[in-house]
Design a protein around this ligand. Sequence first.
Ligand SMILES: NC(=O)C[C@H](N)C(=O)O
Length: 336
Amino acid sequence: MKRKKIYIAYTGGTIGMKQSSRGYIPAEGYLTETVKNNAEFTREEMPLFDIHEYCPLIDSSDMSPLHWQMIADDIQEKYQQYDGFVVLHGTDTMAYTASALSFMFENLTKPVIVTGSQIPLSQLRSDGQVNLLNAMYLAANYPIAEVSLFFNNKLFRGNRATKAHADGFDAFASPNLQPLAQSGINIQLKEGKLSPYVDQALQITPVVQQPIGILYLYPGISIEIINNVISSNIKALILLSFGVGNAPQQGEFLAALKAASERGVVIINLTQCIQGQVNMGGYATGNALLNSGVLSGFDMTLEACIAKLHYLFSQKLEIETVRHLMQDNLRGELTR
Ligand SMILES: NC(=O)C[C@H](N)C(=O)O
């Protein structure tokens, strides 16, 4: 059988970093050299691959919607030449990029897997080899045609993943959707569906950075702080609320939300809880938000919500359409 061919885009991140006096930094050519010198990657059972290193390579804390666009354009350009795509990325904002790509791509018929590592590939005890080998192997043999994130033997839906551990190998979780696949002695497909390769034109929706405010509620938050966030020049506000979507029933706070919603700010309610979803019908404290024009974000991750807002506001859509689509399941990012 003809060997599959995988395109690897190295954007930066720990997996290809080198130690410096200032801590880890991405180094040009270093990832490619390390992979080429590792016989595991060129075994017969592995797909053929090309690595393209971005210039400049960045720590993912420096990622912005501009970079998401670069990655999407790059994959679109190479789309016909490869069977699958692996994006090597820093872990810090990996879930944001995976979420953004999931919205930007339409008619995806090939796998796009985002991965990276917590220890550089060239170092002792690196998790980079397992992550990259598995991502390449899955992209070639388990073509789940969506944007996913592989880490520590689990393949997650990209827009459901969140960084959950700062320094452990189990750095990602998908609290509201089981992994698409689990890699053990065997690879087990759980939620993921293999799709046949159909040649269909890949569509990309360009994304540009949008002004989005985030308000993390806490006991004792003052109306001045709330007003500062709400009155700034934002198109959307993500309200990180308590439990199933509850907030203080303070009149001034609710009035500020209502006024913002009436002037066109899209307000999305997400829970501060790691797992579960918003239900503003559950308590009077949540219901008051609903009556102030706040929309449910259901069980979306913060990363998916931010990426979705960037994606929708980058298109010329009516505010009501944005509000409607924010509550619709577009790419498997929410359960309702
Ligand atoms: N493990 C990592 O990749 C962390 C790094 N700071 C990054 O996100 O680029």
